[in-house]
Design a protein around this ligand. Structure first.
Ligand SMILES: *[C@@H]1O[C@H](CO)[C@@H](O)[C@H](O)[C@H]1NC(C)=O
Ligand SMILES: *[C@@H]1O[C@H](CO)[C@@H](O)[C@H](O)[C@H]1NC(C)=O
Length: 295
């Protein structure tokens, strides 16, 4: 399928180009993507979380593209600038969308950085498309529990050990009360040092997907369990979490112990280790990811 090229814009640095285009999924949905930096650079793909957008990666896009990386971001189905399709708000379809994008852009020797639900999309893609593993060099998973909903019979400690932070009713309640819950939930994903103007902008990005589609996706996403996929991640993998996150850092860091070549880094509270540490402490986040990719 052909890409529709929307435009080229010169960046401040003469060598850097930014290209925004549209990829078409096999079920005909248009996904907006942006590629920044020298085409010959190390490819890195940044996948946002649930309700989040490619624009929220700008502190990483700026950093990595000016350091020679070729950075791709995209808005998932129904999110950000991508088409607001009526169907497909399931992780399995989002994994297929990712595979369609990788195929159209022919990304290889690739580093994928997934945030939050972007990790689940990557785990689902890894599970469903083994032939495509050859595209990948390394993987970075930013603060996503391998299973969000706790088995009702688990002890609190068992749930915390895998960061299963929801009981079985929470995903449905959140989906049913999305309009009032979204600002509260989004606020909880940051430390208190987030500025009001940043919060308002992030909230407006979150509202680009409808509450209805976001709710459908949230329920599907919450009930997936990726624990048995982790041992299949046979490339170098970095798991990042934070002591000030809504996740249980110990339960997220545990994922790295399940991956044959896994390692983890836990942002402290002082390092602004929230669910959005890449927004709140981009200096630390970017250097950790760059070290992992380069060494
Ligand atoms: C929880 O444990 C009880 C007692 O062993 C069992 O009857 C029940 O089926 C379990 N429930 C779930 C949801 O696994
Ligand atoms: C939770 O994890 C800790 C640290 O790895 C371990 O010592 C403990 O046995 C685990 N508890 C359960 C219930 O799995």
């Amino acid at each position: 399928m052909m890409l529709e090229i929307l435009g080229w814009a010169s960046m401040a640095s003469a060598a850097l180009l930014q290209h925004t285009g549209v990829a078409t999924t096999q079920d005909g949905v248009h996904l907006t993507y942006t590629q920044t930096g020298p085409a010959t650079g190390q490819d890195i793909l940044l996948i946002p979380g649930w309700r989040q957008t490619a624009a929220e990666w700008r502190k990483q896009v700026d950093y990595f593209s000016t350091r020679g990386f070729h950075v791709t971001t995209y808005d998932m189905r129904g999110h950000g600038e991508s088409e607001k399709a009526d169907v497909g708000y399931r992780i399995s379809r989002f994994a297929a969308d990712l595979d369609d994008l990788l195929t159209e852009l022919d990304l290889t020797d690739l580093v994928i950085v997934g945030h939050s639900m972007g990790c689940s999309v990557t785990w689902a893609w890894w599970d469903q498309y083994p032939a495509a593993h050859q595209r990948v060099k390394k993987l970075v998973f930013v603060d996503e529990p391998a299973t969000l909903v706790a088995d009702p019979n688990w002890t609190a400690e068992q749930a915390a050990n895998v960061s299963a932070i929801f009981d079985t009713i929470t995903p449905y309640n959140l989906a049913a009360n999305m309009e009032t819950q979204l600002p509260i939930l989004l606020r909880s994903m940051f430390t208190d040092s987030l500025s009001e103007s940043d919060f308002e902008w992030l909230l407006s990005e979150n509202r680009k997907i409808s509450d209805e589609n976001a709710g459908t996706l949230f329920v599907d996403h919450s009930f997936r369990d990726w624990r048995k996929v982790l041992p299949l991640i046979d490339v170098p993998a970095l798991v990042i979490t934070g002591a000030a996150s809504i996740s249980v850092a110990q339960g997220v860091a545990w994922e790295a112990t399940q991956m044959p070549q896994g390692q983890s880094y836990v942002f402290s509270t002082e390092e602004k280790g929230s669910h959005f540490m890449f927004w709140e402490n981009p200096e630390r986040f970017n250097s950790i990811v760059e070290d992992f990719v380069s060494n």
